[in-house]
Design a protein around this ligand. Structure first.
Ligand SMILES: [Zn+2]
Ligand SMILES: [Zn+2]
Length: 243
């Protein structure tokens, strides 16, 4: 197993080298990625199998599930992924492995093998779906089978978006996906979170920073602060000019 780094060299190339050296020789990043796409397709198929003759209002369950997913992402990331609560596995895998291997100064994967420390393990998606089963049951009970099916479909879609975006942020800068403007903007948000001094302070959304914005945990990057200072200076200049 690839877990975990010591505190002394957290986020350094030495920590990454040691973590990567512990990945099983049998591990194949390509198979991990293919496994993710396969389990997503299977679960989406099961969810859509529940859905028949959708009424217009039932489509609202898709954006509702995406917003719900964003809240779960924020909560799980801020909680068990960054606190050594029992069982420590999520903390070991995220803080002591993912963060210890990738600091904000060097987030790019160097090989398919390093997907082991970027992607969630394949059991994470079924486990998360089991955890949200009470919500799924509540939706079915109150709004019906179609609503539950669309909710389940969108929750799996959200997981896929999370995994693909997170992987995109950890691709090398020359990769075509890294050059997309939207990926660049979202990557800066996540990169700030990879600063070891700030990883518990904010930017807990990895995909769209909706709950970071709603709950005030969005860390401003230097560019934002510079722009804010410039606009404050301009306002102050304007005030002086007027007075
Ligand atoms: Zn990351
Ligand atoms: Zn984190």
């Amino acid at each position: 197993m690839a877990d975990s780094a010591g505190a002394a060299d957290f986020g350094t190339p030495a920590a990454r080298a040691r973590i990567v050296s512990r990945i099983s020789p049998r591990y194949r990043g390509e198979m991990h990625f293919l496994g993710l796409l396969t389990e997503v397709a299977l679960l989406m198929g099961v969810a859509l199998w529940l859905v028949r003759d959708v009424r217009p209002w039932e489509w609202l369950l898709v954006p509702a599930a995406l917003v719900f997913g964003n809240g779960v992402e924020w909560l799980v990331h801020r909680g068990p992924l960054h606190h050594p609560w029992p069982p420590r596995l999520p903390y070991n895998r995220h803080t002591l492995t993912h963060h210890a291997a990738f600091s904000d100064r060097d987030m790019a994967v160097a090989s398919w093998r390093e997907l082991r420390i970027v992607l969630f393990p394949l059991y994470a998606l079924p486990l998360l779906e089991v955890m949200v089963l009470p919500v799924f049951a509540l939706v079915w009970w109150t709004l019906g089978r179609n609503a539950a099916g669309l909710f389940a479909f969108a929750s799996v879609l959200y997981y896929l978006i999370y995994e693909l975006l997170h992987l995109a942020y950890h691709l090398p800068a020359h990769h075509p996906v890294s050059r997309l403007r939207v990926v660049g903007w979202l990557k800066r948000h996540h990169q700030r979170h990879h600063d070891p001094r700030e990883m518990t302070a904010g930017n807990f959304n990895v995909s769209i920073p909706l709950f970071d914005w709603l709950l005030g945990t969005r860390l401003r990057d230097a560019e934002d602060q510079g722009a804010q200072r410039a606009s404050a200076d301009a306002a102050s200049d304007a005030t002086h000019t007027i007075s």
